[in-house]
Design a binder for this molecule. Structure first.
Ligand SMILES: C[S@@+](CC[C@H](N)C(=O)[O-])C[C@H]1O[C@@H](n2cnc3c(N)ncnc32)[C@H](O)[C@@H]1O
Length: 233
């Protein structure tokens, strides 16, 4: 499990970097949609007061900071494998500890080390898009308490409009090294029935998938799949 090592470049080095220089506020809103400006919010996660919540692929931890400040969880653990994203999240929201804990780790070993620890796991276009679902979904199931909930948003199709995959396979998408060199990374963009089959195989129940249509047309807009599932009680 070597998602980021000292010998592999951090392909998330540039993500959110410009925004972090000018916007260090705790967001007042939380959205699942690709456009991040409309649609359902954290109510999809259920009651969070006193709960242990994990963000899988938290990036700069903006959503996790929102939950920590506005929803009274016992704690929110913002997990991200990228050294750059971890540093950015720590700079922006480290002051929200201990309610907000910012952890640098690949989500799979993190979840494997947290058996039955979480009430709620979620991801906003995060690690579930970029990690083999055959690894991360069973790990998430094992990390949830009985009756716990997993919710995530993911692309309903590729950003260029190409339909999602009919099988559980990744595609290589463009990425940049910290030096700006073009490379690729793997992204799982899957049809609804594929996610349902994978979640079912990982032991989840009460699986639902909602489509959140793109708010406006144009290039690089996208429909969102909002996926919700429960660990059996
Ligand atoms: C598109 S960003 C989304 C970040 C954040 N959820 C947001 O909405 O801004 C994807 C994030 O997932 C993280 N990520 C991808 N695969 C991961 C894995 N296996 N373990 C930990 N983090 C991962 C990346 O480092 C990156 O910060």
């Amino acid at each position: 499990m070597s998602w980021v090592t000292t010998s592999t470049p951090d392909l998330w080095h540039h993500y959110g970097r410009v925004r972090a220089t000018r916007d260090c506020a705790v967001p007042g809103t939380f959205y699942w949609s690709w456009s991040q400006d409309a649609g359902p919010g954290p109510e999809i996660l259920g009651e969070l007061t006193g709960r242990c919540v994990g963000d899988l692929g938290a990036g700069a931890a903006r959503q996790a900071a929102h939950l920590a400040v506005h929803h009274q969880p016992a704690r929110v653990i913002a997990v991200d494998g990228s050294p750059a994203q971890h540093a950015m999240a720590t700079d922006l929201y480290g002051h929200l500890a201990p309610c907000l804990q910012i952890v640098q780790s690949d989500v799979v070993p993190h979840l494997q080390a947290m058996t039955r620890a979480y009430d709620v796991l979620y991801s906003v276009f995060g690690a579930l898009d970029f990690t083999d679902p055959h690894e991360v979904l069973p790990a998430a199931a094992a990390a949830l308490k009985p009756g716990g909930r997993l919710v995530y948003s993911t692309l309903a199709h590729y950003l260029n409009g190409t339909p999602a995959q009919p099988d559980a396979v990744a595609a290589d998408i463009p990425a940049k090294t910290p030096d700006g060199e073009a490379t690729t990374m793997r992204r799982w963009v899957l049809q609804q029935h594929v996610w349902i089959e994978l979640l079912d195989a990982a032991g989840f129940t009460s699986i639902t998938v909602d489509v959140l249509p793109a708010a406006v047309g144009g290039q690089r807009t996208a429909d969102t799949l909002l996926v919700s599932a429960y660990h059996p009680a």
